[in-house]
Design a protein around this ligand. Structure first.
Ligand code: IPM
Ligand code: MG
Length: 356
């Protein structure tokens, strides 16, 4: 197959981890007889420096005309003084909205080799951590109106949170479809004891559950969910939630699996074109030092092959190569433990490539 992949290297460690990931994709292409063509799409702080805006029109065009998009990470303290509308993160939000990517999937699975990196008590971790956060990605507070006004001599800020039934229904369906292929349990997370958007969320998710009698639906308030996630994560299979709650809970979910550096994510809409990225940030403190862990991005590429290109065997080849590399005792700094071999980003990429 011939596929065009838009590549957003981004800021901080972004370029390093994407370079290793492209190497792994090339190894897959060679082994399975595909051709991947990469098109650069500058976005984030580097795009602000070069073009004055975080997402130049040409980059957006490149993403919209490619078969899929691979992203490293964007942002960094250097661009903190940018006006809110021109921050690196704005580029990412604009891209998600323009591509119609309403579903963000973030798997939280503990690699058995990394059990000692899990911050939870062993008796809790041993029950198993293998769930998925399905986060609504282009609605809610993130995309409501943001305003700061001067009133009676002081500033007042406002962020509007809105959800329509359609916006809730479409992401709920994705969660139920996914649960069907897993352990058949959806936990819908909201704050319906306080928020109208959450009351609507709960009503619509309950209605969608009617289409999936084989899947169990539980509702949980977000504060309780964040507590349950460290108390007994084995109770979760598929969590579905709105944008801001999903942002927060997916960071918590990644950390309990050992390292945020290991977790990939996919963002999709109605078509097959998606945006694939690690869930971690640009880690400016270790940028350019060959210290970053490329595994989150490499596993994101595996998700791209599976979900956008329907290449299940190719995706499994990447996931197995990662497993084997960990089994062989190779680690990056974030997951390093006694008795293992510490690798830089480049060397980790090479070890994984060699096992494709
Ligand atoms: C994420 C990030 C982004 C978000 C930021 C960079 C805008 O934290 O993908 O989770 O909040 O969605
Ligand atoms: Mg986040």
């Amino acid at each position: 197959m011939d596929k065009t992949i838009a590549v957003i290297r981004g800021d901080g460690i972004g370029p390093e981890i994407v370079k290793e990931t492209v190497g792994v994709l090339d190894a897959v292409a060679e082994k399975f007889g595909h051709r991947f063509t990469y098109k650069e799409a500058p976005m984030g702080g580097n795009a602000i420096d070069a073009f004055g805006v975080p997402l130049p029109d040409a980059s957006l065009e490149t993403c919209l005309s490619s078969d899929s998009v691979l992203l490293g990470a964007v942002g960094g303290p250097r661009w903190d003084s940018q006006p809110p509308a021109n921050r690196p993160e704005k580029g990412l939000l604009k891209l998600r909205a323009a591509m119609g990517l309403y579903t963000n999937v973030r798997p939280a699975r503990m690699f058995s080799e990394l059990a000692s990196a899990c911050p939870l008590r062993a008796d809790i971790a041993n029950r198993g951590i293998d769930f998925v956060v399905v986060r609504e990605l282009i609605g809610g507070l993130y995309f409501g109106e943001h305003t700061t006004v001067e009133e009676n001599g002081e500033k007042k800020a406002r962020d509007i949170c809105e959800y329509s039934e359609t916006e809730i229904r479409r992401v709920a369906r994705v969660a139920f479809e996914m649960a069907r292929k897993r352990r058949k349990r959806v936990t819908s997370v909201d704050k319906s004891n306080v928020l109208d958007t959450s009351r609507l969320w709960r009503a619509v998710v309950t209605e969608v559950a009617g289409e999936y009698p084989d899947v169990e639906l539980l509702h949980m308030y977000v504060d309780n969910a964040s507590m349950q996630m460290v108390k007994d994560p084995s109770q979760f299979d598929v969590i579905v939630t709105e944008n801001l709650f999903g942002d927060i809970l997916s960071d918590e979910a990644s950390q309990i699996t050992g390292s945020i550096g290991m977790i990939p994510s996919s963002s999709m809409g109605d078509g097959t074109r998606g945006l694939y990225e690690p869930i971690h940030g640009s880690a400016p403190d270790i940028a350019g030092q060959n210290k970053a862990n490329p595994i989150g991005t490499i596993l994101a590429a595996a998700m791209m092959l599976r979900y956008s290109f329907n290449m299940a065997a190719e995706a499994a080849a990447i996931e197995n190569a990662v497993d084997q590399t960990l089994k062989a005792g190779f680690r990056c700094g974030d997951i390093m433990e006694q008795g293992c071999t510490l690798l830089g980003c480049t060397e980790m990429g090479a070890e994984i490539c060699g096992r494709i």
